[in-house]
Ligand binder design. Structure first.
Ligand code: BTN
Length: 330
């Protein structure tokens, strides 16, 4: 059923702006014309406006900005990412669902999206505020043939993809605060959380969670977050079409991931550094064990943060939080 509807959307999509006859649809899908009509009604429930003209056929006039499997699939120009999609109106966390799906054999490129998360997870056991219909809360399942030690590179790659897509949507230059915070005007608009199931030398699967604030107003964030978080809407003053944005992120993700798998991390490293926040500036790095002041140089081939200490030593940092020093600390 779902796959017939998906094929139907695909057919209407290939014939964008032109009509496709009921006869042709019925032949291609191998179902009756009344079955097609029923599918059309379902699409309309999803918010599509479908025009049916006698002797011409059908065409999609507008697609809704309501996230569902159908709306995301329609116009998704990917080969494999998102072709298997799970959409929930409400989820505890799309990460949790993605893990279950992956353990049940979900294919490479499966995407889990929720309109709302009740227990959205951030890095370092933090919560991720995921209000209903205000942002993109999605997790991508990947099954890369990669050494588990290289998985952090996927986080950096994803951050670069999201930053790049955001340049199209906001005049504010997106920046990436190592390793994975995407900032607009110094405030956090998106975060990436990568979780992995692996054996010693083989990744079983990776779940890459992307949280992107899209249409929140300042008042939509709870108090302590208001200071630190922003959304595309806050930066542009305009609401943003979430479904299109999901499609753009998945489309670009597929392309950049292909480059990464073919050519390794080098091209991704340059991309990340292009968006890197405060490169060349003095920072404080807090690791679980200590705190260190240094100049941020960029990232290493293995995805670690590179920083130069005051005694000119180059350090590689694999986990920690970075803070910017205040004037008086410099
Ligand atoms: C961070 O910056 O701390 C990472 C935030 C990641 C949030 C996303 S929203 C979709 C996915 N599901 C979750 O529960 N978390 C990630």
């Amino acid at each position: 059923m779902a796959s017939t509807r998906y094929r139907l959307i695909e057919l209407l999509n290939t014939n964008e702006n032109t009509y496709i006859s009921g006869q042709k649809l019925s032949e291609e899908l191998n179902i009756s014309r009344s079955a097609i009509w029923k599918h059309m009604k379902e699409l309309e429930k999803d918010g599509y406006t479908i025009e049916g003209v006698r002797r011409k056929g059908y065409r999609i006039v507008t697609s809704p900005d309501k996230v569902s499997e159908n709306t995301v699939l329609w116009g998704l120009g990917t080969d494999w990412i998102g072709k298997n999609m799970v959409h929930k109106q409400m989820a505890d966390s799309t990460q949790t669902i993605a893990h279950q799906e992956a353990l049940n054999g979900a294919p490479n490129g499966t995407v889990v999206i929720a309109d709302q998360q009740t227990q959205g997870k951030g890095r370092m056991e933090r919560q991720w505020h995921s209000a209903k219909g205000k942002g993109i809360w999605m997790s991508i399942i990947l099954r890369p043939d990669l050494n588990p030690g290289l998985a952090p590179q996927l986080t950096l790659m994803t951050a670069a993809v999201v930053a790049e897509v955001l340049t199209v949507h906001t005049p504010a230059n997106p920046k990436i605060k190592w390793p994975n915070d995407i900032l607009l005007n110094h405030k956090k608009a998106a975060g990436i959380l990568t979780e992995m199931q692996a054996e010693q030398d083989r990744i079983q699967y990776v779940v890459i969670g992307i949280g992107l604030n899209v249409n929140q107003m300042e008042t939509d964030f709870p108090d302590p977050l208001k200071e630190k978080a922003t959304s595309i809407r806050q930066e542009t003053g305009k609401s943003c079409h979430t479904t299109n944005l999901i499609q753009q992120i998945l489309g670009r993700f597929e392309q950049v991931y292909a480059t990464f798998m073919q050519n390794g991390f080098s091209p991704i490293k340059s991309k990340w550094e292009y968006y890197g926040y405060k490169i060349g500036e003095k920072i404080r790095i807090r690791t679980p064990r200590n705190s260190l002041d240094a100049v941020l140089l960029g990232i290493a081939e293995d995805g670690a943060l590179l920083a130069r200490t005051s005694d000119k030593e180059i350090k590689k940092i694999y986990s920690g939080e970075i803070e910017w020093l205040r004037e008086e600390d410099l």
